[in-house]
Design a protein around this ligand. Structure first.
Ligand code: ZN
Length: 414
């Protein structure tokens, strides 16, 4: 997998030594515990050994684990990271898992361009164990930063096929041409200049590109809020991508994110660049790989289960939307359709709810089965977005426990 990396400054081959990746022109990039630092870039041509030692010391002396404990004691929640498994921007991918399972071959490489919390890359790495996943995070910022990634995503705890790199996606990606079989360019298109050219350059000619969660100019949220980045019309993206020199005749599907998320059966993709929805989901693929299915559900007993942080059990013993917290009210304002989408949860019977473990903790499918829930009931709860189940690394469980401020019962009980 290392063989697909190339120097982001000059494009030449990179050789791995004990401390750095180095190109023939002398550009160097540190690696520590299997994580690669293509940042800071462009201030110097390369990192000096002193700078690399400094970075290593800074990360070795990390107080991140104590910081996590402190957050826990203070009950601090990262609302968007906690909601990530249920966010329709991520969940729309679940309607494309079938097509990806058909498309990807053993040894293929998946690129994940916006791995803010570890979630997207870890999910893909565990779902596709025969493939490798490279996740990019844009630098030493946000919920984890360099220290959080080093403290949590160690070689022992992260998925064996998951590599995390730090890079500025506005610049040339540190990858060779046409080496990626699937590019999950989540929340990236409106954010990064030049990302279209770079994603096309690194993806194989018959590969799949998913610009997931794209802020479109087609309409605005009502009530209005600023979504961020550059807004373009779906039609502009349709034309731009179809005419791209590296598109190679692939079908460009500019879809409404909500339409994808709501798909309940096998559906051929039909591009709708003039969708009235303001968030898009763009899928560039050969025609035979341009379809959607119902949302992917996997209830393997060993899979981990999360509860939707927007929901609660009300005094009547039924499920309802929890509007008591500021975090939840904020998310509901930004995702107004969820009010209707989650309506059906109130009809789920009390007898099912009574068997659920505490909603603020994680569990496993096996524990739900032991709590006398049938597989049909578990699938219903996943379909209604009360639960989310997936195979994840222990690193991601720890990270998610921190974001949700949950007791990680699955790790402490095993
Ligand atoms: Zn170079």
């Amino acid at each position: 997998m290392m063989s697909i990396f190339s120097c982001p400054l000059c494009g030449s081959e990179l050789k791995q030594t004990t401390k750095v990746l180095e190109c023939p022109r002398g550009h160097q990039y540190p690696h520590i515990s299997g994580q690669f630092y293509f940042l800071p870039l462009f201030q110097n041509d390369s990192w000096s050994f002193e700078q690399i030692d400094g970075l290593q010391d800074k990360l070795n002396n990390s107080q991140f684990l104590q910081y996590m404990q402190l957050k826990k004691r203070r009950g601090i929640i990262e609302p968007y990271a906690a909601f990530q498994p249920f966010n329709e921007s991520f969940q729309a991918l679940l309607n494309c898992i079938d097509v990806l399972k058909n498309h990807l071959k053993p040894g293929d490489v998946i690129l994940d361009t916006w791995c803010r919390t570890g979630w997207s890359g870890d999910f893909l790495a565990n779902l596709f164990p025969e493939q490798s996943v490279i996740s990019i995070w844009e630098g030493d910022n946000s919920v984890l930063g360099y220290k959080g990634y080093q403290a949590l995503f160690t070689p022992e705890t992260r998925a064996a096929n998951h590599t995390i790199i730090f890079h500025d996606p506005n610049k040339r990606l540190p990858l060779k041409d046409h080496t990626i079989a699937f590019c999950f360019a989540y929340d990236s298109l409106h954010r990064y200049q030049g990302i279209i050219d770079e994603v096309y350059r690194v993806t194989k000619r018959d590969g799949i590109i998913n610009f997931a969660h794209v802020h479109l100019a087609n309409s605005e949220p009502e009530p209005f809020f600023e979504r961020g980045g550059i807004y373009r019309l779906g039609l502009e993206y349709q034309q731009l991508l179809e005419s791209h020199q590296y598109n190679y005749g692939r079908k460009v599907n500019v879809l409404s994110e909500l339409d994808v998320y709501s798909t309940s059966q096998y559906t051929e993709m039909r591009t709708s660049p003039q969708t009235e929805h303001y968030n898009g989901y763009i899928w560039v693929a050969p025609r035979e790989y341009s379809y959607l299915t119902s949302s992917y559900i996997d209830i393997k007993p060993s899979n981990y289960v999360f509860f939707n942080p927007l929901m609660m059990v009300s005094s009547s013993g039924r499920l309802s939307i929890n509007r008591d917290s500021d975090n939840n009210r904020h998310i509901l304002t930004r995702h107004p359709f969820l009010n209707q989408a989650y309506e059906a949860i109130s009809a789920i019977s009390e007898s099912i709810i009574a068997n659920l473990p505490p909603l603020n903790q994680f569990t496993t499918i096996k524990q739900l089965q032991q709590a006398q829930l049938t597989d049909g009931q578990i699938e219903l709860l996943i379909k209604q977005k009360v639960l989310f189940a997936a195979s994840l690394s222990s690193a991601m469980l720890e990270a998610q426990a921190m974001h949700m401020n949950a007791e990680n019962v699955t790790l402490t009980s095993t």
